[in-house]
Design a protein around this ligand. Structure first.
Ligand code: SF4
Ligand code: SF4
Length: 360
């Protein structure tokens, strides 16, 4: 049923094969009677990814955003169809919301973003996909531009095995680490996850708030200053968690006052955060750059690196310039408008450090 509806791969996990994992591996969270979980993956449209990476105006951002939203909705609809089929057969079943739905009962969930059920854990343990260094999951020759779906059910299903390491799409080129503006994940240190006796590894998360700031759209200028995401925010790179925290309050407040990006896609309202506030896609780079083929991924990296930097006009329209020119254009902006995208948030920190140094 899932393959007929467009799934690239389908896999099955059970209470036993998900045993010993982090809270996201608990398939009984959504359904206490759950015995098994079904995972699947459907592809994003790669034709729309390269124009997005190149920052082609006026439609590339909106085209890819629309595809991303539609594929997520499709994954959710297909999961609901399988859920309904299982229920009609007399079983219990729940479908998993594919994205942006977190366990709001966990203290500090806004920072740690714990999913109700981790579709990534389900996918890697059931052989739908395997972990890439970025922590995104992918499939050989397809890479990580996929959207995952899942269903939990009281039916006892036969589990499927993980993809063997020699068949992984990830060649550890680490280009995914170079496209993240605020270096959310490490290029050296690993995280280990054990699920039902299998060990999985991927890059250690340095601080998820770094992704909230960049992928959430508050800022977009890469640490190198050479290129940006589709976000017009231009805050300096935070060196540590303290600086990340200082920037969070400032950047999120300023972002709310900015005009919405003006193109033909209006974004989406995340399932969490009380269903309020619209998010417009500006990054996702670590996910969409990796196509499961060393040469194609390197081409994507080059496109993004040479794609320039975004600034935003007061009417919400985005403009793209080479990095130096973008800096000049930004300097010319009306100071009131400019304040929505940049502030020297490290000034107070520097001052405090100077005072401490002067103290006997
Ligand atoms: S870009 Fe893809 S292949 Fe390269 S390290 Fe990252 S996940 Fe692995
Ligand atoms: S989505 Fe963007 S900000 Fe988030 S980790 Fe990936 S590259 Fe970094």
């Amino acid at each position: 049923m899932l393959i007929e509806r467009g799934a690239l791969r389908v896999g099955f996990a059970t209470l036993e094969t998900m045993e010993g994992g982090p809270p996201g591996a608990d398939i009984t969270y959504l359904l206490p009677e759950a015995q098994s979980a079904i995972g699947f993956a459907i592809p994003l449209d790669k034709e729309l990814i390269r124009p997005y990476l190149r920052k082609e105006l006026p439609n590339a951002r909106a085209d890819h955003e629309k595809d991303n939203i539609e594929v997520n909705i499709r994954a959710w609809r297909i999961a609901k169809d399988v859920r309904d089929f299982l229920r009609a057969e007399g079983h219990k079943a729940m479908s998993v919301i594919p994205n942006n739905k977190y366990r709001e009962d966990v203290p500090g969930w806004q920072a740690s973003l714990p999913p109700e059920i981790s579709l990534r854990y389900l996918a890697v343990r059931s052989g739908v996909a395997s972990f890439g260094w970025s922590g995104n999951v992918g499939i050989k020759d397809i890479g990580t531009p996929i959207i995952l779906g899942g269903i939990v059910t009281s039916v006892k299903l036969e589990p499927t095995d993980p993809i063997p390491p020699e068949e992984s799409f990830c060649v550890k080129c680490k280009l995914c680490t170079r496209v993240c503006g605020f270096q959310m994940f490490s290029d050296k240190e690993e995280t280990v996850v054990i699920l039902g006796g299998y060990t999985f590894t991927y890059a250690k998360r340095i601080n998820k708030s770094r992704c909230l700031l960049v992928c959430g759209g508050s800022t977009g200028l890469h640490k190198s200053g050479q290129f940006s995401t589709w976000s017009p925010g231009r805050y300096d790179y935070p060196e540590d968690d303290y600086e990340v925290n200082r920037l969070m309050t400032l950047a999120l407040t300023s972002q709310k006052k900015r005009p919405k990006i003006r193109d033909h896609s209006k974004g989406y309202v995340p399932a969490s955060y009380g269903g309020t506030g619209t998010v417009q896609l500006t990054c996702g780079n670590c996910n969409i750059i990796c196509w499961g083929d060393r040469v194609e991924t390197a081409k994507n990296y080059k496109l993004l690196k040479n794609s320039g930097c975004v600034i935003q006009k007061e009417n919400g329209e985005l403009l793209v310039f080479p990095s130096e020119k973008a800096r000049e254009e930004f300097e010319k902006m009306d100071p009131k408008h400019k304040r929505l995208y940049y502030k020297d948030y490290k000034k107070k920190i520097r001052k405090r450090a100077e005072i401490t140094q002067l103290m006997p």
